[in-house]
Design a protein around this ligand. Structure first.
Ligand SMILES: Nc1ncnc2c1ncn2[C@@H]1O[C@H](COP(=O)(O)OP(=O)(O)O)[C@@H](O)[C@H]1O
Ligand SMILES: [Mg+2]
Length: 301
């Protein structure tokens, strides 16, 4: 498949001396969903701000085969849209309509097309009817959706979301996950930065683990079943995966561990069907010792 983003040897230091990115290289193919996973301070936002030219470090970034330094801003915004971590950085116009219309107006589209794009973008994020609202009247969840709409209205091929679910209540989180799934299904290339491990299995085809440099790359399974890596990167496994490891200490037979609720349901259904309608759990002498070792494995005490 076509490579649409290629980052080579990117390094960036903030004035004052913090080295936020150290020799980062990665490649992203058209239509992929990528999670950029890393703890706070890992350099995720710094990396993503390079993709729309807000920051410019040492190294090269090619989008659709050409260095972004050679591209006009008007060209780049049609190809790649970055939704900032803090929506207040993205919403700066008097009304939501103005914010979502800002990109299309700058692309030189006529009034009718601008209006069509605004209403379609707001509909996609579930904010139809919010056109005349002031950004400061919105909840954080609504602001995050509005910030995403300001990017969707430009209809870029690549959509980048910086910590899309951080600090959201469960409903807003579900809504945003739904919008991101939808983008993926429509064939968009989606890049999501997060330290929220539960978000990754259902959304990402591939994961890059970042901690100033890329410390691992792989499928969600490869990443989450690598305990040493998670410890090193200060990340957890998804709680559902941990629960199944606990169950295995009680004798539940899991040859491989589920990463998501859907997978967990499938595993349980399979075990019930193959074991005569029951799941067999046991409490043996070694169970407590197994549990203790499990806690130690993930650094939980
Ligand atoms: N504007 C800034 N000035 C100085 N240092 C910064 C600035 N923004 C981020 N940093 C530092 O750069 C590092 C990476 O930050 P960031 O990219 O925001 O990480 P993440 O998004 O993964 O939490 C951190 O150590 C952070 O303190
Ligand atoms: Mg960040």
């Amino acid at each position: 498949m076509e490579e649409i983003i290629s980052i080579k040897n990117l390094s960036y230091g903030y004035p004052g001396g913090t080295v936020a990115l150290n020799d980062v290289s990665l490649d992203i193919l058209r239509g992929e969903s990528i999670a950029l996973l890393g703890p706070n301070g890992a350099g995720k936002s710094t990396l993503l701000l390079h993709l729309n030219g807000v920051l410019s470090g040492k190294g090269s970034i090619e989008v659709f085969g050409r260095n972004i330094r050679e591209k006009k801003r008007s060209e780049l915004i049609k190809e790649i849209g970055v939704v900032f971590q803090h929506p207040d950085d993205q919403l700066f116009m008097p009304t939501i309509f103005d914010d979502v219309a800002f990109g299309p107006i700058n692309m030189g589209l006529d009034r009718g097309e601008v209006e069509r794009r605004v209403s379609s973008a707001l509909e996609k994020v579930g904010l139809s009817g919010y056109e005349n609202r002031y950004p400061h009247q919105l909840s954080l969840g609504e602001k995050k959706k509005a910030a995403l709409a300001t990017i969707l209205s430009m209809d870029p091929e690549i959509i980048v979301l910086d910590e899309p679910t951080a600090n959201l209540d469960p409903k807003s989180r579900r809504d945003l996950v739904g919008v991101m799934r939808d983008l993926k299904e429509r064939g968009k290339t989606v890049i999501i930065s997060t330290h929220d491990v539960s978000l990754v299995p259902g959304l990402a085809d591939r994961v890059y683990v970042l901690d100033r440099k890329i410390i691992a790359e792989g499928t969600p399974k490869e990443i989450f079943l690598n305990t040493e890596l998670l410890k090193k990167a200060n990340l957890e496994i998804p709680p559902i995966t941990y629960l199944f490891e606990v169950l295995s200490c009680f004798g539940y037979n899991c040859s491989s561990l589920p990463l998501s609720m859907d997978e967990a349901v499938k595993y349980l259904t399979d075990s019930i069907e193959t074991e005569g309608g029951h799941i067999h759990l046991h409490l043996h002498e070694h169970t407590h010792e197994d549990l203790r070792r499990l806690k130690e494995k993930y650094g939980h005490h």
